[in-house]
Design a protein around this ligand. Structure first.
Ligand SMILES: [Zn+2]
Length: 346
């Protein structure tokens, strides 16, 4: 079945003060997601690079009393009730998991990734992700009685530009019946697609993206990596799709290992582009909802103008909920694909 990747170009005309007030034309492209119809805009800022930002002072100051650093983590973070998790906290490798002081739902925790207070995006080894994901899965396994009823969500807000109040790398992990508007829309639209066509949208989508080879990045044994046609991030979202999988519990050790390898390489590439902050989210279904395939979405975040702390979420994004991209997903996919080909282990 053919999917529609709809675009429309619009052109604004003005007299340009930087070209002696000559007539200038600037094109903006509108795009619509082939499943949900969610729209977004692509501005053609050719060659855009994130502006350099110096976080050295922030990293040093925040490291002095960080509750997630090894000297403090067992003294300053909460413990689970003995009848919930008798150990108090869960540990796997360097990862330590404990209740979230600012819970999102009944069962809500944080998982510190590593002992080191700060890491650049090019400095996250696969082992850190394997251990932290395994720790999160153990927690969800303990608190979710029936995965057909509850969503197990894992997210990462890294560095303040992504909404984190702590520099020290940590995941949020929680169980909920309300997975949020974005995932709700994906689930209901893919369910409608299944009802109307008898087919799984994500199977058609992955096949079409591989065939087009415009946003396709990498195919691993258990996942397909690509950029999103209508990205949430100004710099293009990278998505990993896990064919035939619905929940975090469907990922065994070898899949987590493989995912961590590619994730580490993708983050390395982002770090080399000057990216210092990101949001990451696992987008699962509930057990048995086979119209959906499990996904991992990585959205780079940045200050558009760090010298005035200009964020990447103006009214258009936060209130009209319209994505605004300043690098094309096709361009990003091409560069990332070339990088992964030369990256050992990806
Ligand atoms: Zn720390």
């Amino acid at each position: 079945m053919t999917l529609t990747f709809k675009t429309t170009d619009t052109t604004a005309v003005f007299l340009n003060p930087f070209l002696n007030f000559e007539r200038s034309e600037v094109t903006c492209q509108l795009r619509w997601d082939p499943l949900t119809g969610r729209s977004g805009r692509l501005a053609h800022f050719v060659g855009f690079k994130p502006a350099a930002a110096d976080f050295s002072g922030l990293i040093e100051t925040s490291g002095k009393n960080c509750p997630f650093c090894p000297d403090n983590v067992l003294a300053l973070t909460p413990k689970f009730l003995p009848d919930q998790i008798p150990e108090g906290r869960l540990q796997q490798g360097e990862s330590v998991l404990f209740p979230n002081l600012l819970p999102y739902d009944v069962h809500s925790a944080l998982a510190v990734l590593c002992r080191q207070h700060y890491r650049s995006l090019s400095d996250f080894q696969p082992r850190l992700f394997v251990d932290a994901f395994t720790n999160c899965r153990s927690y969800l396994d303990r608190v979710i009685a029936d995965p057909a009823e509850i969503y197990g969500l894992v997210t990462w807000n890294y560095m303040p530009a992504a909404g984190s109040s702590q520099v020290h790398p940590h995941f949020q992990v929680y169980a909920t019946k309300a997975p949020g508007n974005f995932l709700d829309r994906l689930l209901s639209a893919s369910q409608s697609y299944r009802s109307e066509t008898g087919r799984c949208y994500w199977s058609d989508y992955v096949q079409e993206e591989i065939r087009r080879d415009e946003r396709f990045i990498h195919q691993a044994r258990h996942s397909v990596w690509l950029t999103d046609f209508v990205s949430l991030s100004v710099l293009s979202d990278v998505i990993a799709i896990f064919p035939g999988k619905q929940t975090f519990f469907d990922l065994d050790a070898s899949i987590l290992e493989e995912t961590a390898q590619t994730l580490s390489a993708v983050l390395d590439w982002l770090g080399r582009q000057g990216v210092y902050s990101l949001n990451m989210a696992w987008l699962p279904a509930r057990k048995g909802e086979e119209h959906h395939w499990l996904q991992l979405r990585i959205s780079p975040r940045l200050y558009l103008a760090p010298h005035v702390w200009c964020t990447d979420t103006p009214s258009l994004v936060s209130q009209y909920q319209e994505s605004f991209m300043i690098r094309s997903p096709e361009e990003v996919a091409g560069e990332l694909k070339a990088f992964l080909r030369s990256h050992p282990g990806a």
